[in-house]
Design a protein around this ligand. Structure first.
Ligand SMILES: *[C@@H]1O[C@H](CO)[C@@H](O)[C@H](O)[C@H]1NC(C)=O
Ligand SMILES: *[C@@H]1O[C@H](CO)[C@@H](O)[C@H](O)[C@H]1NC(C)=O
Ligand SMILES: *[C@@H]1O[C@H](CO)[C@@H](O)[C@H](O)[C@H]1NC(C)=O
Ligand SMILES: *[C@@H]1O[C@H](CO)[C@@H](O)[C@H](O)[C@H]1NC(C)=O
Ligand SMILES: *[C@@H]1O[C@H](CO)[C@@H](O)[C@H](O)[C@H]1NC(C)=O
Ligand SMILES: *[C@@H]1O[C@H](CO)[C@@H](O)[C@H](O)[C@H]1NC(C)=O
Length: 529
């Protein structure tokens, strides 16, 4: 029974092949075809017709009824190739043919449904904050027959590491700022037909921060300088804050992208950094040292003596200054008359006092930026000639002056008390004059008491104004006439004070330093009229 059936089947097929029994026919091996836009597609088809009969075959699209092509394949293949697919190609396709035997179109009622799709990319979310998860999905409208693999591009560059890709999805988890960009995807083998691009924006706190200083190079006091806070941030930074760290202290100095300092000074020296803030977060730069260089300033000379102020004493003068970079050359000058003689180099000089070393000393301090001279310090040797010069240094003056002023003050108070024991009533000018006169007497006697004839050494001072006490006669007055004496002033107000120098001659070796304190008095040189 089975054998008979097979025989009949074989016979039928032979007849069908010849077109006698089965007649002409069209067969599609697939009735749904999904094609990629821009790619080519094949609509699979075979057909049969009785041998020897003339035929004419064509493809048409059902809805538009338009002939869409002819099969170029060899009989019995009637497959249709469509290149460069576009959406226009979508539709239901039928193959039909005409034979001289049947004299009518032979086709199938059902055709092949051709769908055209492109590749579509979806980014979710399109704006993410660093650390969040982003998923990219690549899809087609119809299912491509070849079960495609998808490939991914960022900024037109193929993403090499696709480990995070599963099926038609690419996971960015966690997303980083480097992931931001323009993405597209494509079906493998059709990399030339990518999806349209989709942007991924990643928000992140400021990073890659630095401070740039302009102009570059060394900054010298007085220069203008601008600090710029460089950062990378999304969304953009909305607050820049500048800080200066100096020692342990940190202080806010400015806000804004740029911090400009015009006319820099040493006070601007320090470590600076900026802080940038956006909606996501805040970050600071490392510190940048703003090293303001300046020429020497605040130059002072200090003196030290090996012993008493006399010939042969060793004097050491030291020059100190504030400079950046530090002073590298010190030059010592001695002014003697109009000319300035170089007396040495180095931070300190030492010399033994002789008559040749008397003069005004000062030092010149020099660094890469400039130089500056100190104030002058007078070194005087008490001469044994007519001038009876005194050897001095500023340091000693202060030691001497203060006890004198105290002594004078005490004397003054004592005299006042004596004249006005009850402190009552008004004083007349005459009384004032008399009391002042007593002060002079007291002062002079005090000098006489403490400064014996053997005393030779005395301190002089660079700013000192010398005046001799003048006792001028005033008409209409009776009795002795004296100069007026002012209240002793503190040493700082030197400009108001005039000193009288009590001169001593014949220096002797028996100099006693404690006696030096007796040689000044404070006197106003003018007299009343
Ligand atoms: C493919 O078709 C499009 C229009 O649909 C046309 O612009 C393009 O030039 C075609 N490409 C090729 C290679 O024929
Ligand atoms: C940041 O700037 C805004 C205005 O631009 C201001 O209101 C806010 O106080 C600033 N925040 C800080 C921390 O400086
Ligand atoms: C710069 O500052 C110094 C003091 O710091 C001042 O003496 C000088 O006049 C200033 N110069 C200008 C151009 O402002
Ligand atoms: C400054 O000192 C350096 C060495 O410390 C010396 O070579 C240079 O000649 C000095 N310059 C002057 C102007 O004294
Ligand atoms: C200064 O005097 C001392 C002795 O008091 C002596 O040893 C030294 O060599 C002298 N210095 C100079 C530079 O003459
Ligand atoms: C310091 O004094 C020397 C000698 O008098 C002079 O040549 C120099 O110019 C002075 N320097 C300054 C900065 O005044």
């Amino acid at each position: 029974m089975i054998l008979r059936t097979v025989h009949i089947f074989l016979l039928m097929c032979l007849l069908w092949q010849s077109g006698v029994l089965c007649g002409p026919s069209v067969t599609y091996s697939s009735t749904r075809v999904c094609g990629l836009k821009g790619a080519s597609v094949v609509l699979p088809c075979t057909y049969y017709y009785p041998r020897g009969h003339f035929y004419w075959g064509e493809w048409y699209e059902e809805r538009s009824r338009r002939v869409r092509g002819h099969s170029n394949s060899r009989y019995p293949d009637c497959s249709l190739n469509i290149d460069n697919l576009s959406y226009d190609h979508s539709g239901v396709y039928h193959f039909r043919f005409y034979t001289s035997l049947h004299r009518s179109w032979i086709t199938r009622i059902s055709g092949i449904r051709l769908s055209v799709t492109d590749v579509q990319l979806k980014v979710d979310p399109t704006t993410a904050t660093e650390g969040e998860r982003v998923t990219l999905t690549c899809s087609t409208v119809c299912t491509l027959s070849e079960n495609p693999t998808f490939i991914w591009f960022r900024n037109r560059q193929r993403i090499k590491n696709q480990q995070s890709s599963t099926g038609n999805k690419l996971h960015l988890n966690p997303v980083s700022s480097e992931d931001a960009g323009s993405y597209s995807c494509a079906v493998q083998g059709h990399g030339n037909l990518p999806s349209s691009a989709a942007a991924l924006s990643v928000r992140y706190a400021p990073k890659d921060m630095s401070v740039s200083v302009g102009p570059s190079g060394e900054i010298v006091e007085g220069d203008s300088v601008t600090l710029i806070c460089n950062s990378d941030a999304n969304p953009p930074v909305h607050n820049y804050t500048w800080y200066r760290r100096s020692g342990d202290k940190t202080a806010q100095v400015a806000t804004g992208l740029k911090y400009s300092i015009t006319n820099t000074s040493t006070a601007h020296r320090g470590h600076y950094y900026c802080e940038a803030r956006n909606d996501i977060g805040v970050k600071s730069t490392d510190v940048t040292l703003l090293n303001i260089r300046y020429s020497p300033k605040s130059i002072s000379v200090s003196a030290s003596l090996s012993g008493d102020l006399s010939e042969g004493t060793t004097v050491t003068l030291t020059c100190s200054s504030d400079a950046n970079p530090p002073v590298h050359n010190h030059t010592w000058y001695m002014k003697s008359g109009a000319e300035a003689l170089i007396r040495g180099t180095g931070e300190s000089i030492s010399f033994n006092v002789t008559s040749d070393t008397s003069g005004l000393y000062y030092c010149e301090a020099k660094n890469e930026i400039g130089s500056q001279n100190s104030t002058e310090v007078q070194i005087l040797l008490a001469g044994n000639q007519d001038s009876s010069m005194v050897l001095a240094a500023e340091v000693i003056l202060i030691v001497i002056l203060i006890p004198i002023l105290i002594l004078l003050g005490l004397l003054w108070l004592r005299i006042r008390k004596k004249r006005h024991p009850s402190g009552s009533g008004t004083r007349t000018q005459q009384e004032d004059t008399e009391s002042d006169a007593n002060a002079v007497n007291a002062t002079i006697s005090a000098v006489a008491m403490t400064a014996g004839p053997s005393q030779a050494a005395c301190a002089a001072y660079e700013d000192v104004h010398y005046a001799s006490i003048q006792f001028s006669g005033s008409k209409g007055r009776e009795g002795p006439v004296y100069g007026n004496i002012r209240q002793p002033k503190p040493p700082k107000q030197r400009e108001d004070v005039e000193y009288s120098t009590v001169k001593f001659s014949q220096p002797s070796a028996a100099t006693q330093s404690e006696d030096k304190s007796a040689i000044y008095s404070t006197v106003n040189k003018s007299s009343r009229t």
